[in-house]
Design a protein around this ligand. Sequence first.
Ligand SMILES: *Cc1c(COP(=O)(O)O)cnc(C)c1O
Length: 355
Amino acid sequence: MKHNFNAGPSILPRVAIENTAKAILDLNGTGLSILEISHRSKDFQAVIDEAVALFKEVLGIPEGYHVLFLGGGASTQFCMVPYNLLGKKAAYLETGVWAKKALKEAKQFGEVVTVASSADKNYSYIPKGFSVPADADYFHITTNNTIYGTEIHTDMDCPVNLVADMSSDILSRPVDVSKYALIYGGAQKNLGPAGVTFVIVREDILGKMERTIPTMLDYRTHIKEGSMFNTPPVLPIFTLNETLKWIKALGGVEKMYEMNVKKANLLYDAIDNSKMFVGTAEKESRSLMNICFVMKEEYKDKEDAFMAFSKKHGMVGIKGHRSVGGFRASTYNALPIESVQALVDCMAAFEKENA
Ligand SMILES: *Cc1c(COP(=O)(O)O)cnc(C)c1O
């Protein structure tokens, strides 16, 4: 039995994978694979329509917003956001490598103000008490910092348009979408396979730029064409839709949140009560999705041994990102609590033998 703690691409609901496998062999008894039909066929149109409708329903997206499924990854959004929204000035919160990459792209389009940064402590916390300039076109945040295991847990009030990269915590908790002007993310952390990027955008923020925007990078193109201006990532959208069905059937984002809190508490408690392990993120900034920990100084030389030990016990993907080191357990929606318990047991067994 494998326990899949991969950071992304990462674990998906088993039923979503099984239904994708079936659709690859034969989509709805058509005798054709999802891989070999037109994206404009009525069979696929039904899939993307359902995915848009379910996304709106499950996340509670109000009127006036569009849901898009695009290619290019979250990384393309780093430039698409300023292309479409940055007239003179934008504000960014620098909470990690992804935030920094987004900020760097924005600089090509205008003035960028870094309102706060947690770089001084290797991004181990979410800065507080910053103020956003009232004349910024938008304020960009990364709600969950996948590499460092920190997360913004609330939907902040913001004096300007709030833009969020939610790649690694989308649908992990209820979100008040009305507080945001635009939300985007790669699907491959919590929603589906790699290859599809979701964008939730409030229509009234668009069409305000004087510059010419390349057709493919203009949100209005994709709104007008229902994400079908060009060929969308057909198969990833199919799986994403299956994941959305699974979330809804289990009880929606409230239920996801409840399960995610339980899983995170189980692992954080084990870390906090351990002689050997210690968490790397400040407690109040800790992520529910990516749980980062290292060995205490006196046990540092045992990290490789624990990697090998945990691997033997079925743990997959717990190696920390190279910029933090140690371990990272990603506990996305689809990860069962039994896997977290298995990791906790594994840590206790290792500690018993080695501490
Ligand atoms: C993984 C990740 C990205 C990059 O996504 P791509 O789809 O690979 O471009 C961006 N932001 C966050 C927060 C991520 O976790």
